[in-house]
Design a protein around this ligand. Structure first.
Ligand code: SAH
Length: 405
């Protein structure tokens, strides 16, 4: 095995069990390693730090698989880590009332492996019923594809593994997009999951991320609890996740806006999948949210609950300033459209914008909108998307539930 030797002092982050080793921390590589090969990592003074996947093309030059210098990275390693990630989720409250982790006929949708925070850098696995959708985002993960698939099948009891390795970050690792069946063939039709008793079809082949925004599951339940008797505006509705839960919670009307025609068509199909919901209270609008919010204001519209769940405006810290303006813009318009006592649920899923900054942005928006607002709740991703304490970068989704006075 090749040896990656760090510069003096640069071992500190690995000592705190942070899995990334940046190019600037590396003194030299002793021996030869190809992309994805496992290397032994050493501090400048010779202390062993663990074993990592070598990534010569990325600024993240290596990702530590293990902080135990004696632990082999092999098929058995992936079996252990994946079984542990799946088992850890059995304690989560959202599994109550679900048929456990048994897949036969299951409509469970949840994240099973959340990359670095599950000790598997670059590996994302989401389960939709009996299908696992796998996303490999690093050369290390790429190298162990077969071992990961072989371990996922017995750990989950699922019958299919479908790959959706088409995230942009793969480019940084020198990898091309890849997708297709890895085991069990393609599902015959759309995969249907059930969330809080509401059915959604998930497009595992072409949907965003692995097909669905599983990270918002708990927050969608909160919307359901808040919706009773309220008029709701759901901006960036995608396939209708928040909209359908609002209807289920008794909203008086739900206006949903998105600029993607196919997403809105899927949202309409999802509504039809749930005939118990009052479809007459739902309206879908194909529009740009920035323009639509202004048009609604002009038309004198008002709502009791507004949800703003936009796409990632800041894919990296370099985009933070422009993204901050966009978050502020929509939050400001949202505040202006609220009835007295109304609720604004506003999110950022940009890693480059932390909670503290996001709160400042929203505070600025309220000030410019001329409203008094307060935070009722701070919101985050559901706990099947855990954040390892050693890896705060894992905390990408943050939201605020605000009430105007
Ligand atoms: N809240 C959704 C996920 C939102 S994803 C859920 O819980 O499932 C972000 C969505 O924003 C995508 O559907 C995308 O089509 C839409 N979008 C991006 N930019 C937009 C814009 N300027 N106006 C309207 N919709 C936009």
């Amino acid at each position: 095995m090749a040896e990656l030797i760090l510069k003096p002092g640069k071992e500190r982050s690995a000592m705190r069990r942070h899995p990334w080793i940046f190019a600037g921390a590396v003194a030299h590589l002793k021996g030869r390693a190809r992309p994805g090969d496992t290397v032994e990592v050493f501090a400048d003074d010779g202390r062993p730090l663990g074993r990592a996947a070598f990534s010569p093309h990325s600024q993240i030059r290596a990702r530590l698989w293990t902080f135990d210098a004696d632990e082999a990275v092999d098929h058995a390693f992936f079996k252990r880590r994946i079984a542990a990630a799946v088992a850890a989720r059995a304690v989560l409250p959202e599994l109550h009332g679900q048929p456990g982790l048994r897949p036969a006929g299951s409509t469970l949708g949840m994240r099973l492996i959340h990359g670095e925070s599950d000790g598997l850098p670059g590996v994302i696995a989401d389960r939709y019923g009996e299908t696992v959708v796998l996303q490999l985002n690093s050369v290390g993960a790429e190298k162990w594809r077969d071992a990961i698939v072989a371990a996922l099948l017995p750990a989950t009891g699922c019958t299919r593994v479908f790959e959706r390795s088409d995230a942009e970050v793969r480019g940084l690792e020198g990898l091309e997009a890849r997708s297709g069946s890895l085991h069990g063939g393609e599902p015959a039709g759309p995969v249907v999951i059930e969330e809080h008793g509401i059915r959604f079809e998930v497009d595992i082949r072409g949907g965003h991320k692995t097909g669905f925004y599983l990270d918002q599951r708990e927050n969608r339940f909160l919307v359901r609890e808040l919706a009773s008797g309220r008029s709701v505006l759901n901006c960036f509705c995608y396939t209708g996740g928040f909209s359908l839960q609002a209807l289920a919670g008794g909203a008086s009307q739900v206006l949903s806006v998105d600029s993607s025609g196919p997403a809105l068509e899927a949202a309409r199909r999802n509504l039809a999948l749930n005939p118990q919901l009052p479809a007459g209270r739902a309206e879908w609008r194909d529009a740009d949210v920035f323009e639509e919010l202004r048009a609604l204001k002009k038309a004198g519209a008002r709502f009791d609950l507004i949800i703003l769940d936009p796409p990632k405006f800041a894919p990296s810290p370099a985009h933070a300033a422009r993204a901050a303006r966009a978050y502020k813009d929509i939050s400001l318009l949202g505040f202006r459209l609220l009835n007295p006592g109304g609720l604004l649920m506003t999110y950022s899923c940009s890693g480059g914008i932390g909670l503290e900054l996001f709160q400042k942005i929203v505070a600025g928006a309220a000030a410019d909108a001329g409203v008094d607002a307060r935070i009722l709740r701070r919101l985050a991703a559901a706990p099947d998307h855990p954040v390892a304490l050693a890896f705060p970068e894992g905390e990408y989704l943050k939201g605020l539930l605000c009430q105007v006075v």
